[in-house]
Design a protein around this ligand. Structure first.
Ligand SMILES: Cc1cc2nc3c(=O)[nH]c(=O)nc-3n(C[C@H](O)[C@H](O)[C@H](O)COP(=O)(O)OP(=O)(O)OC[C@H]3O[C@@H](n4cnc5c(N)ncnc54)[C@H](O)[C@@H]3O)c2cc1C
Length: 309
C-alpha cells in the first residue's frame, strides 16, 4: 500500500496508489489513486463526502468477483468495507450482515442456525453488498427472494430501504455507483438442518462438475438472453478454449474466462468482443456483459465492447 493520507473525519485506512488486481478474483488491472477501508456507516459517509469535495469519482469494491479493472487503473477513490461492516449476526429468522460480509459465510451461518432460503448463495464468492447490487442468484434463487432490508450510505448520510425500493431484477438493481450497500438483512425460514446441508452439498457438487475450479475468473462473462444460455451460444460459435493473449474461454464452460499469469485486462476485453462477435455472426443475439468494468475516469460502468447490430 502507498502513503497514508491525512484528512479530518476520514477512516484511518486510506492509502495512495494501490494496485487493484489483488482485490479482484481475476487478478488483472491497474492502480487506484486512493483506496480507503471503512469500518462504520460514519466512515463510509465521510469517505464519500471527502471524494465528492475532492471531485474524485468513487468505486466500491467488494470481493471483486464480478469486476474487471482497466489496465490503466482508476483516477479515483476505491472504497472497501471491513470491521463492523463485515460481520454476520443471526437474529431470530433473520441474518444481518455488514455490506462487506462474505455471502458464502452468511449462507453457512444461516445453515448452522437451521435457517433455509439462502442456499443459492453458497458458491457465489462475493459480499452481501455486492450481491444486492448485482441481485446475485443461482439454482433458481436470487437476492430478491430473501432481502428484508438494506442500509445504503451516500455522501449525504444513510437510509434504510426494502427490496421494493431497489428495482431488483436479473443481475440488476437501482443502487447508484456513488451509493454503498453498508448493511444487508436476509429474511429466512426455519428448516430441517439435514435437508439444508444436503441441498448445499448438491449445489456445490453441481458447481464442481460444471464450472472451472481454482482458476482466475469473474464467473459468468455474459448474462443469459431470455430463454437461452450464453455458455451454449458461445460453445456453438466455437469459443470454448479460444484464447487471446493470456485470456481464454474456459474449456469446461464457455461463459467463463480464465486468466493466465501474463493476462491483461485488454486481453479479456478483446476476448469478450470476439466471443460476442462470433455468436452474433452465427445468428445469435447480441450478448450483454454481466461483469462490471472499472474505467480509469468514469468509475464503474460496462466493459467497452464494440456496437453490434
Ligand atoms: C467462480 C465464480 C462464480 C460465480 N457465480 C455466480 C453465480 O452463480 N451467480 C451470480 O449472480 N454471480 C456469480 N458470480 C459473480 C459474483 O460473485 C457476484 O456478482 C457477486 O454478487 C459480486 O459480489 P462482490 O462483492 O464480489 O462485488 P464486486 O465484484 O466487488 O462488485 C460488483 C459490483 O457491485 C458493486 N459493489 C460491490 N459491493 C458493493 C457495496 N457494498 N455497495 C455498493 N456497491 C457495491 C461494485 O461497485 C460493482 O459495481 C460468480 C463469480 C465467480 C468468480
Amino acid at each position: 500500500m502507498g502513503t497514508l493520507l491525512a484528512a479530518p473525519d476520514l477512516p484511518r485506512d486510506l492509502a495512495r496508489d494501490v494496485s487493484l488486481a489483488p482485490f479482484t478474483t481475476i487478478r488483472v488491472g491497474g492502480t487506484a489513486d486512493a483506496l480507503c477501508v471503512a469500518r462504520s456507516f460514519r466512515e463510509v459517509t465521510a469517505a464519500l463526502a471527502w471524494a465528492r469535495d475532492e471531485g474524485m469519482p468513487v468505486a466500491v469494491v467488494g470481493k471483486g468477483s464480478n469486476l474487471l479493472v482497466d489496465d490503466d487503473g482508476f483516477r479515483g477513490l476505491v472504497l472497501r468495507l471491513a470491521g463492523r461492516l463485515s460481520v454476520i449476526v443471526v437474529r431470530g429468522a433473520e441474518v444481518w450482515c455488514g455490506g462487506g460480509a462474505s455471502l458464502p459465510r452468511a449462507v453457512q451461518r444461516a445453515a448452522a442456525a437451521g435457517l433455509e432460503g439462502l442456499e443459492w448463495g453458497a458458491s457465489i464468492p462475493g459480499t452481501a453488498g455486492g450481491a444486492v447490487v448485482m441481485n446475485a442468484g443461482a439454482h433458481a434463487g436470487e437476492m430478491k427472494d430473501n432481502l428484508a432490508w438494506a442500509v445504503l450510505c451516500s455522501a449525504d448520510g444513510r437510509r434504510r430501504v426494502g427490496p421494493d425500493d431497489l428495482d431488483l431484477s436479473y443481475r440488476h438493481s437501482s443502487v447508484r455507483a456513488d451509493e454503498v450497500v453498508a448493511a444487508v438483512a436476509f429474511r429466512l425460514t426455519p428448516g430441517d438442518p439435514q435437508a439444508i446441508a444436503e441441498r448445499l452439498a448438491g449445489f456445490r457438487g453441481h458447481r464442481r462438475a460444471t464450472q472451472p475450479q481454482g482458476v482466475r475468473s469473474f464467473g459468468s462473462v455474459f448474462t443469459n438472453p431470455p430463454g437461452e444460455s450464453s455458455g451454449r451460444l458461445l460453445e456453438a460459435a466455437g469459443c470454448k478454449g479460444l484464447r487471446i493473449g493470456d485470456a481464454r474461454f474456459s474449456p469446461k464452460h464457455a461463459n467463463f474466462i480464465e486468466a493466465g499469469p501474463a493476462c491483461r485486462t485488454a486481453d479479456v476485453i478483446a476476448l469478450m468482443a470476439e466471443g460476442r462477435r462470433r455468436v452474433r455472426e452465427a445468428g445469435g443475439p447480441v450478448l450483454e456483459a454481466e461483469v462490471r468494468y472499472l474505467h480509469p475516469e468514469w468509475g464503474i460502468t460496462r466493459p467497452p465492447l464494440p456496437e453490434l447490430r
